[in-house]
Design a protein around this ligand. Sequence first.
Ligand code: ADP
Length: 513
Amino acid sequence: MKNFNPNGISFTNDGLQTDLELIKRALDSSISGIIITDNQQPDNPIIYCNKAFENMTGYGHSEIIGHNCRFLQAKDKGQESIDVLRKAIKKGEPCMVEIRNYKKNGDLFWNELYLSTVKNSEGKISHFIGVQNDVSKRKQTDLDLIQHQETMEKKIVERTNSIKESEEYLASIIQTVKQSLVVLDKNMQILSVNKHFLQTFKVSANESEGKSFYELGNGQWNIPHLKEMLEKILPTNSQIEDLVVEHDFLHIGKKFMLINGYRIKLEGNYKDRILLVIEDVTDRMELERRKDDFLSIASHELKTPLTTVKGYMQMIQRMIPENSSDKFKSIVGKTVFYLGRLNNLINELLDVSKIQTGKLEIYRNEFDFDKMIAETVEGMQMARLNCQITVEGATKAMLSGDESHIIQVVNNLLSNGLKYSPDNDHVLIQLSRVSTFVKVSVIDNGIGISQDDQKKIFDRFFRVGEVQKIFPGMGVGLYVCAEIIKNHGGSLWVESEKGKGSNFSFTLPIEGL
Ligand code: ADP
């Protein structure tokens, strides 16, 4: 026979009592909180709770027994799981819910509650058994995970928006640049063009995108050397740099276009694409042409009277009477000297215009290279008595080429070496033979040239910024020298360190061209 007391369960039968005591101990040692409520008493009070339940809730045994379970909900009544629980109780079915409960000290804990029913012989629910576990940690992890997911989703949305924004930003830049941009795939099909391209070539996007680049217009881009360079970009990872093409373009006529082409250095979707940047330089080229024409006309027009004046002055110099004053003789001498310098300057300008028009002619003859160097050095040395030019080595070569042009190169390098070494009057010339070439190095200990400027000094009219006001010159000497050496099948280059000096070297093939 059963007899509940508020402190636990006790029975009269000894054997039964021992068994039940064991069961009670087992229940007490469970890590799940266990309660039994008596549905036959008013308000379904708790008639049993184990130790784990007391630990879980923080309430003492006497504060639990006799109470309805609702004290665990504190004021948190409107929970969905309470509804689920109520419905199950009504139907007399077991159920499992996760419910927010509150400990005695008010702390919230998540209770995973499994509720089962005990029915009496009439089939009515006599008791409820609640087994509960504090799953707050798991729940917190779940909640953290959900929160993390939500934060991630928010971040992804923000990131997508920002990518979209930067795409639009980039697209708007691409559409507003003043150059025509074309993206090609590896088969030279046009993937996209910008607005400037459409406006420049007076075509629509439909007429261009998806078409072969070479078939565009009247095959206007099917230019052999452009095609050759384009097709090299991907396989050799090269690029097209400042290529000027002249063509009679459909709709817009004869134009000069400056083309730069690069491999787009991206993997994935954008791999193996080529970006072409096309600029209409017709006006610039026209201006350059007019400048060249002016240079050519001006230097020709100056040259003729100058030659006459120089001739007359030389005649006067020869005709000076013996008894003339030294001052008069010196004035005539200086005039002849400066006319000579003026003549050289005009000759340099004439050379530039000849190079521009492809009219720099080479008069080939065979000459003794070392002798030519010795005579040129001697001439320079006589004109500049306080300088010292040393020649080292020999080539022992007979060269076929335009001797006067090669003398011009040596003179130019020597006078630059002396001019740009204000604190040092020594220039060294090294001669050697390298394979089938002669090599000449003109070495000074002067002001030197920065790495950046070294790339530009062979351009016409380029002079390093800081020397412009200190040293006279027009910035064409090296341009002419490089052209002369190139025309002879050799090369001219510089090695230099700012503040330490320069070494200008050139090679020439011994066998000639
Ligand atoms: P120019 O001497 O008439 O200016 P060049 O074409 O001979 O023209 O030289 C171009 C520029 O290169 C010079 O203005 C100078 O800045 C630089 N340069 C040439 N030779 C030397 C050198 N030996 N040392 C330092 N700078 C030099």
